[in-house]
Ligand binder design. Structure first.
Ligand code: SPQ
Length: 426
């Protein structure tokens, strides 16, 4: 249980834990590479620890100590058939990307996760991987876990993805690295491109043209060192906290600002927020900066179209922000929210309404009325880390004490969140 009091001010210079998407990929690619991969800045959150344990069960030697990880890769086909099921916990990224990798392996594996994973759609990766030649089964003809995979020889395909999803794109490209010929994924809008950038850093040739990405089969990865930047999806909670609480200013150092992830910055600016990027640099093909945020009066906005994949995970906390802006905020084209750790349209509406906010769900998003006077509330994270944290941030602007039940879900992506919030709020 997490208790949050109304804050008078947010101040300081802080860092957020490592990027979740990049941490998963660093472990996976390190495990498939030849030689040792040293990772620093790794996110020791529950999701990325699930990825480590899956590869350990397939015989890869991995040592983790806080944000430092050493992975001793034995090459792509150095994985061993696990003797038990692989448990992905709460992590959609783990199960979907590993499905692509396991489709190339000449053995049998069973993948399973928690209650939330059991409800998330898997045929979006199972379908194209079957087309490439993988044998995969699961409940409802492969739509739901547990997934049983027998990998083998694959053939490259050109796949027109119906949704912009980095997990679909990455699963197919990873399978494509050991398939015959070329594998191409075409997306309606470009999703986060960490897989493409990191594969390049591991020595893979990958061709990106507009919304399409291609790889040739038969390539191998070389172990290397990877520095993981701070997660912009975690920084987003602090950015919104500053905008919610008058007289606040915060510097968040060392945050990844990959353009496929910076929708939150564009939205805060469009609403009238003061936000600056300093000390910009590139590490392992990923752009990084310090983010300086100053409290500002905001106006509602419309969030839709190509912007959605660039801020999909930030929508719960953007909805919280919108309650404090002048006028209405409309979020459209975000039906993907329904298949995250929870149905994030339903959970944002049910939990944010408890603070007295007016939020109306729509088929593909929500409408939030601004200038709301929030009052402290008793909240349930519903087991969704981003819902738990978004509602904690709402609590900073609500007189009284807000209580978040099931707050342990926050450890999925932001261990130390409660302590950091306490450190910066007065
Ligand atoms: O890993 P998981 O559970 O899917 O996590 C989430 C999150 O909120 O942390 C989504 F619920 O992030 C996804 C993100 O939404 C992480 C991700 C990735 O690392 O590739 C890609 C996005 O999902 P998708 O379905 O659009 O590919």
């Amino acid at each position: 249980m997490l208790q949050v009091k109304q804050a008078k001010q947010i101040q300081g210079t802080v860092r957020v834990p490592g990027d979740k998407s990049i941490s998963h990929r660093a472990v996976m690619f390190g495990a498939l590479a030849e030689g040792t991969t040293e990772i620093s800045g790794f996110l020791p959150g529950a999701d990325c620890l699930s990825t480590i344990s899956c590869f350990q069960r397939m015989g890869v030697e991995i040592q983790q100590d806080g944000d430092r990880v050493t992975v001793k890769g034995n090459g792509w086909f150095g994985l061993q058939e696990p003797t038990e099921k692989l448990d992905v916990g709460n992590s959609g990224t783990t199960i979907r990307l590993i499905s692509g990798i396991l489709s190339t392996q000449p053995f049998h594996t069973v993948l399973e996760g928690d209650e939330s994973i059991a409800k998330r759609p898997m045929r979006r990766v199972v379908g194209p991987l079957r087309e490439m030649g993988a044998k995969i089964d699961g409940r409802r003809n492969g739509e739901f876990t547990p997934l049983a995979i027998r990998g083998g020889e694959l053939t490259g395909i050109t796949y027109q993805s119906p949704v912009a999803s980095a997990q679909i794109k990455s699963a197919i490209l990873l399978a494509g690295l050991q398939a015959k010929g070329t594998t191409t994924v075409v997306e309606p809008t470009v999703s986060r491109d960490h897989t493409e950038r990191m594969l390049r850093a591991f020595g893979i040739e990958i061709v990106q043209e507009g919304n399409s990405v291609s790889v040739q089969g038969g390539q191998s990865l070389k172990g290397r060192s990877i520095v993981v930047p701070g997660d912009i999806s975690s920084a987003a909670f602090l950015i919104v906290a500053v905008m919610m609480v008058p007289n606040s200013k915060l510097t968040i150092e060392n945050v990844g600002i990959n353009p496929t992830r910076t929708g939150i910055i564009d939205v805060v600016k469009a609403m009238g927020g003061q936000i600056e990027l300093t000390n910009q640099r590139i590490v392992n093909e990923e752009p990084i900066a310090d983010i300086v945020v100053t409290h500002s009066e905001l106006t509602g906005t419309v969030i839709e179209g190509d912007l959605i994949p660039r801020l999909i995970d930030e929508i719960p906390v953007i909805a919280v922000l919108a309650t404090q802006a002048k006028g209405q905020t409309i979020i459209r084209d975000a039906e993907e929210l329904k298949v995250k750790e929870t149905d994030r349209i339903a959970t944002v509406v049910s939990q944010l309404s408890k603070f007295g906010a007016t939020v109306t769900p729509t088929d593909d998003g929500m409408i939030i009325e601004g200038s709301a006077q929030l009052t402290a509330a008793e909240i349930d994270s519903m087991g969704d880390h981003r819902i738990g944290m978004a509602m904690a941030i709402a609590g900073l602007a609500a007189p009284g004490e807000t209580v978040i039940h099931n707050s342990e879900a926050i450890n999925v992506s932001f261990p130390g969140f409660a302590q950091l919030l306490e450190q910066i709020s007065q």
